[in-house]
Write a protein that binds this ligand. Structure first.
Ligand code: ATP
Ligand code: MG
Length: 757
């Protein structure tokens, strides 16, 4: 038995103690949010070490995030002191696998100093392979392949394991072919991707009996938090490693399974008892985190799911505020409102770090960021870049910067070949050399160099087309509103099309962010004013030490708790997401509802849900209707407050009237139009002429600006050109030379690429 005086068990309730005490044999702790699953698991870890049942290095303990691992390490450290040191096998599946793979890399053809490629590298490799195989990348995007490969790896499938259906999923039956090309390429680079960490180790466990045996010997105890979100390959791992001892303790909550889109299988938790016969199942029912109102609201909501095991939850916590549901007019008002609430917390002496704003999608953070910067409320964004720092925001901004300021070389370089237009590194180097020699910006060098034969015809034409685009956009910037301009640019540059072609959830998220960017620009009269705003926002780094409110996604908030939680954007199409609604299946909607359950149960004292009546999504104002989840909250646990006409009570009424409440969303019309610059009207009236303006003029002016002709070269001189070889100067025009090359052709070149022969 457990000595209740031991510090790590004092304070635990009987079922938690049972989980700590049952050190041998399989244990499944299945319990709702905030019932102390993680707390019990932490105590169990401390107990195993303190009672010398195992050395710290003999316990495999898996958490869902690195942060959770760090927290657990600290807590165990507080319970048992320095004995905790070591504990090499406390971490995420990926961290643990990476450590193992360093030791056994040679078994899968890698060296122990292998590198782990990130998603950018991964995509670049796949693109190269697709090109090398002469496959149309537009038709079969690298991102799609990357998504498939991830999925296969999450399921523990090697190229040879793919069945016909899987194989068909890419390029008409070339799935396995490309998957294996990719794996080979990684091997020659002595690299692997994230999915490989687990898959390689699984392969090793399966093939190398002695390796598997050594880990089975080593891990006297295995523990896993957030077990409901393990995927197949992780499950296979555990099943192999837990033999023959079966000393495996997993904890989870089927109601909090929110990663099926990443391959997680809630079925893993449901079949635990079958895989490990005789498992002790421990249920925790007392919630220590939240007030009865918060708990009641969350429990009532999750009741609407059909696919669940069902649990009882109760709390002894004193009654608190009801869950507030606030209806606001639109997104900006929502941000204003949350800002006011945060300020009122501060007035009540509550630290901002006790509060969090949990959003469904990254794009939602932008309005809060803008507002908080305006009112000087310190905030931090966890698990994601701040809005304007995301790759797609930066790309779009780079286009705008080049339009506003052609001399912005950094911006130019960023988008010069994004989306891919076949402008390679060589051409860029050439531009750099030339721009440096003339001390002119890259964009200007580009114009100038296109007037010559310095670049291969294809690159020159592409570059010229890009410069024409910029000239046209610059012209359009005079008349279009900034928001219209950015939409035009994203459209005409092929940037949006690039993301659309990817057909991944990630790309869809990026597109949403771009719509949101355009939306943000609605508020600015000129491009200059907007860009200034952005640079101010980007500079406004809030120091980490400061007391800040946290903004993060609901997904990232799993396992965490905050005294005050704000949940904005509870509208159909935002939450549940349009994607989930469109898929229509029970599965995706139930997963959204589980996410709502996770979100509400993060709150300890107060939970505030907001929904706006008008929301701009995909660049269109639409009248939004409150999320079905709002309606599913038990009325006794909620207080409804409306600051705009109608308000939530009206919405409730509408809900019961509509046979198909979502028809409303599908047919939604823009509720109002924003004010735009005068150019927009002209464009709408057909007065704006989008045909390319005359690039030759721009070119001439650039050339006259740039031309600093060399004085050491004259007509008739014999010269050497790095690409074309020897020739004789026929004509000189500014810094351009007409040269009859000895190879037989006559070319127009730039004099800085010439030396006297
Ligand atoms: P989630 O499902 O959200 O991950 P959980 O079940 O892991 O939640 P914990 O995070 O372990 O729950 O605990 C929730 C809160 O309850 C924490 O603040 C924790 O310190 C507290 N707690 C856990 N067990 C007890 C207990 N026996 N007595 C008092 N407080 C407890
Ligand atoms: Mg937990």
């Amino acid at each position: 038995g457990v000595n209740p005086q031991e510090p790590w068990v004092s304070g635990l309730n009987p079922p938690q103690r049972e989980a700590v005490e049952t050190t041998e044999g399989p244990v499944l702790m299945l319990a709702g949010a905030g019932t102390g699953k993680t707390a019990a698991l932490t105590a169990r870890l401390a107990h195993l070490v303190a009672t010398r049942r195992a050395w710290p290095s003999e316990i495999l303990c898996v958490t869902f995030t690195n942060r959770a691992a760090r927290e657990m390490r600290e807590r165990v450290g507080r319970m048992i002191g320095p004995a905790v040191e070591g504990m090499p096998w406390l971490g995420t599946f990926h961290a643990v696998a990476a450590k193992m793979l360093r030791r056994h890399a040679e078994l899968v053809g890698l060296q122990s100093n292998y590198t782990i490629v990130d998603t950018d590298d991964q995509l670049r490799l796949l693109k190269q392979l697709i090109q090398a195989e002469n496959l149309d990348e537009k038709r079969w995007p690298a991102r799609q392949l990357a998504g498939l490969i991830d999925r296969w790896k999450n399921r523990g499938l090697n190229p040879a394991d793919l069945d016909a259906v899987e194989n068909e999923a890419y390029a008409n039956g070339k799935g396995a072919h490309f998957y294996s090309l990719y794996q080979n390429r990684l091997k020659t680079l002595n690299a692997c991707d994230f999915g490989d960490l687990l898959l390689h180790m699984l392969n090793i466990f399966r093939r190398e009996k002695d390796v598997l045996e050594s880990y089975r010997q080593r891990f006297k105890y295995i523990m896993v938090d957030e077990y409901q979100d393990t995927n197949s390959v992780q499950y296979l791992w555990l099943r192999l490693l837990a033999q023959p001892r079966h000393n495996i303790c997993v904890v989870g909550d089927d109601d909090q399974s929110i990663y099926s889109w990443r391959g997680a299988e809630v079925a893993n938790i449901l079949r635990f008892e079958k895989d490990f016969p005789g498992a002790k199942v421990i249920r925790l029912e007392q919630n220590y985190r939240s007030t009865p109102e918060i708990l009641g609201a969350a429990s009532g909501l999750i009741d609407a799911n059909s696919e669940r095991l069902g649990k009882t939850l109760w709390t002894e916590a004193g009654s608190g505020e009801k869950v507030r549901v606030i209806g606001v007019w639109d997104g900006p008002e929502e941000a204003r409102r949350v800002g006011e609430e945060a300020e009122s917390l501060m007035r009540r002496g509550i630290r901002l770090s006790r509060a969090a704003i949990l959003v469904r999608a990254q794009f939602q953070t932008r309005e809060f960021e803008d507002r908080f910067i305006q009112i000087g409320l310190p905030y931090k964004i966890i698990g994601g870049f701040r809005f304007y720092e995301r790759a797609e925001s930066r790309d779009a901004l780079a286009y705008l910067r080049v339009i506003a300021q052609p001399a912005d070389d950094l911006a130019f370089e960023r988008i010069y070949n994004t989306p891919k237009r076949g402008l390679g590194q060589k051409a860029l180097e050439k531009l750099h050399v030339y721009a440096r020699s003339q001390q002119i910006p890259l964009a200007m060098a580009a114009l100038d160099i296109c007037d010559t034969d310095e670049l291969p015809a294809r690159a020159r034409n592409t570059l010229l087309a890009l410069m024409r685009d910029f000239a046209r956009w610059r012209e359009a910037a005079q008349t279009l509103s900034p928001a219209e301009l950015v939409r035009t640019v994203l459209d005409e540059s092929g940037y949006s099309a690039m993301l659309q072609a990817e057909k991944t959830a990630e790309a869809a998220g990026r597109l949403e962010n771009l719509s949101e960017l355009a939306r943000a620009m609605e508020e600015y009269e000129t491009l200059g004013a907007f860009l200034e705003h952005v640079s101010l926002v980007m500079e406004n780094e809030t120091a980490d030490a400061q007391d800040t409110i946290t903004i993060m996604t609901m997904h990232a908030a799993k396992g965490l708790e905050f005294d005050h939680v704000f949940l904005p954007g509870w509208e159909e199409g935002v939450f549940p997401s349009q994607r989930a609604i469109d898929e229509g299946g029970l599965r995706s909607l139930e997963e959204e509802r589980r996410l709502a359950y996770v979100a509400i149960t993060r709150a300890r004292k107060e939970c505030t849900i907001l929904h706006a009546a008008n929301r701009r999504i995909y660049g269109q104002w639409s009248s939004a209707i409150p999320s079905r989840f709002v309606n599913e909250l038990p009325e006794a646990m909620t207080s409804v407050e409306a600051t705009m006409t109608g308000g939530a009570s009206l919405w409730r009424a509408q809900w019961s009237e509509h046979a198909d409440p979502f028809a409303h969303v599908a047919n939604a019309q823009p509720a109002r139009t924003m004010t735009r610059g005068p150019g927009w009207k002209r464009a709408a009236a057909g007065e704006y002429d989008p045909t390319p303006k005359h690039i030759p003029e721009a070119r001439r002016s650039a050339a006259s600006f740039a031309a600093k002709p060399r004085t050491d070269i004259a007509i008739g001189d014999r010269v050497f050109h790095e690409k074309f070889g020897y020739g004789e100067v026929l004509a000189q025009e500014g810094n351009k030379l007409e040269i009859a090359f000895e190879s037989g052709s006559s070319k127009r070149v730039i004099d800085s690429f010439i030396r006297p022969a």
